[in-house]
Design a protein around this ligand. Structure first.
Ligand code: DAT
Ligand code: MG
Length: 148
């Protein structure tokens, strides 16, 4: 089992997609172990996107992600990191395949609705950052039907 960090960005919240997005992860069979809504502080945003701090789009990205509420989530499942990235789709909404969240709802590379951790170390770092008190482990009874 892996746990991954997923975040609905301010555009996804403002466009009323939170319920739809949570539903997709939930229906896939992932287990929701953390959920909070907040407007990220500058400090939190800069820590989250530290790897991109030399990129030309970085100032705009920080302005965007701190512009309003986001919905931060932790999802657990077998290979949860890559499963979540597949549900999310590639970065550029115009190129992302229909059926992915970005492919279905995004028209932009910056305003692309949602974030998902890209590797085990990243997931661990991001979960610690957004869920400093940890996440809540619980038993989702239908996992006996989700997994063989
Ligand atoms: P992803 O979110 O798919 O992991 P990433 O880690 O390469 O993509 O970039 C982080 C975010 O930065 C991305 O979701 C949107 C923004 N971004 C990336 N490349 C960009 C670009 N060329 N122009 C504007 N924003 C960009
Ligand atoms: Mg990334």
């Amino acid at each position: 089992m892996q746990t991954t960090f997923v975040m609905v960005k301010p555009d996804g919240v403002q466009r009323g997609l939170v319920g739809e997005i949570i539903g997709r992860f939930e229906q896939k069979g992932l287990r929701l172990v953390g959920l909070r809504q907040l407007t990220p502080s500058l400090e939190l945003a800069e820590a989250h996107y530290e790897v991109h701090n030399e990129r030309p789009f970085y100032p705009g990205l920080i302005r965007f992600i701190t512009s309003g509420p986001v919905v931060a989530m932790a999802w657990t499942g077998v290979d949860a990191i890559s499963v979540a990235r597949n549900i999310i789709g590639p970065t550029d909404g115009r190129k992302a395949a229909l059926g992915t969240i970005r492919g279905d709802y995004a028209m932009d590379i910056g305003h692309n609705i949602i974030h998902g951790s890209d590797a085990e170390e990243t997931a661990e770092f991001e979960l610690g950052l957004w869920f400093p008190d940890g996440v809540e482990d619980w038993t989702r009874l239908d996992e006996t039907w989700v997994y063989e």
